[in-house]
Structures are given as structure tokens and as C-alpha cells.
Design a binder for this molecule. Sequence first.
Ligand code: DGL
Length: 273
Amino acid sequence: MTQGPIGIFDSGYGGLTVLKEIISELPEYDYLYLGDNARAPYGTRSFETVYQYTLECVEKLFKMNCSLVILACNTSSAKALRTIQQQDLPQMDPSKRVLGIIRPSAEIIGDYTSSGHVGILATPGTVASNSYLMEIRKFFPALKVFQEACPMWVPLVENNEHYNPGANYFVQKHMDNLLRKSSYIDVILMGCTHYPLLINKIQQFLPGGVRVLEQGRIVAKSLADYLKRHPEMDARCSKTGTCQFFTTNSGEFFEAHGASFFGQPLRARHLEL
Ligand code: DGL
């Protein structure tokens, strides 16, 4: 049996906010990150396009020896995961696994609310898929879930405009929209892995007593639990503590922008799909 790294995929840089937490939880494993920056953002693309793009990237990660791939992208988890798991995986290699990040977030969100009203901030694609509504209902059927699509947030972050005052308008607009949907919301999940970069601005427009959840730690804990429950998959993951970064765009560009998501400098290479 050959061992390989755990593949972490996102449309762009956002998955780095998840990878950072995964490495801190599971530092001994090897990781291979792939950002499809050349085709990001995914959040405003059709179901078919997100599925095709995600499938190509998963196939690439499989070819690069990953047996386990995490879609650290809500949009791909919402629009592509189920079809890949049910249709493609059995044909490609039934022993490999692709996991998403919506379910682990849905599993715990109810533990953080007293009012029973929770908010989800996400891309238009994730919101339109209703994946959060469906997944949360499985674990917390009584919760009232309010969603807000924020189409400009990923482009702001991908273009490094999120620190600028111009971004305030778009952040305030969607925070106000969400909070108008229910004044009882006491927990808001950032259901897009790019959004942690906007946390300072989000907090600026947040009323007191409302908590914001970030997915990185949630996904990291869920992955640790998964590997414990699946020793056969754990045995296929190599453990020399390395991390490689690939992007479908320019490696230099990825290095310059990715560091603020990852929290430290990184070396990246261009990858042809
Ligand atoms: N980080 C992706 C997510 O979690 C962003 C999707 C996009 O590229 O728009 O949804």
C-alpha cells in the first residue's frame, strides 16, 4: 500500500484558513494544497461548472497520490461533493475518499445558540444550494436558519481589497441584511473559507452578544475524529509533517497573497490540470 499526503482543495486561497487549523491539530501528517485560483471565484458559477472544476481538481489530487481529499470550499462542498461521492468515486477508485466542510459545521452549530436562530453567511452558490438548511435540519431540526449570500466578499478577498475602507460598504450591507431577517440571531457561521479574512470588518457591524463561528477549527477537529474512526484511511496517509502548495495560477502570485490566509510565508508552484 502506498502512502500519500492529505489533499486540501479550494477554489483559491480560502482553504488556507482551514489548512492552517488542520496542521495545528494534526501536525504529523503530510498535506498537498491545491487552489484553483485561475478559475476562482466559484461562488457565482453554475452547478455544472463548479462540479466540473471540482472534479478535475480532485482527479489531479488523486493522481498526486492523495487517498483522502478535503474540499475546504463550501461552494464545492455544496455543489459537487455529493455527485463526486456517489457517481464518480465508485468508478475512479472506491477506496479513496472526498469529504466536505458543510456537514462538520452543521453538526455543531446548534451547540452555540440559545435563541435557536442562527445565521449563515456564504457565497450565492452555497446559499442557492440550500445545503446548510438541509444538513442543519438533520442534526438540529428545531433550529431556525437564516442565510445571506455575499457575492462581493470573495472577489474582495481574492483581490486583496478586504483591508480597504471600500470593503466596509459590502460587509455592512450583508450584515444588515442578515440581521434584518431575524433579530434573535445569536450565532453566525462564516460559511465560506475566505470570510475569516473579513472578520475585523464583520465584527465592526455585529451587535453585542452575537457570536461568529469560523470553520477552520471545526473542520480540523472533525478530520482528527474521522482519522481515528477510519484507521484504514489513516494508514494510507503519510506522516512526515510536510506541506506543499499548488495553484492553477502563478506560483509567485499565490505566495504573495496566500501568506495572509495561511498566517506564514509559503512556497507555491503552478500546476497544469
Ligand atoms: N472558499 C470558497 C467557499 O468556501 C469560496 C468560493 C468561491 O470561489 O467563490 O465557498
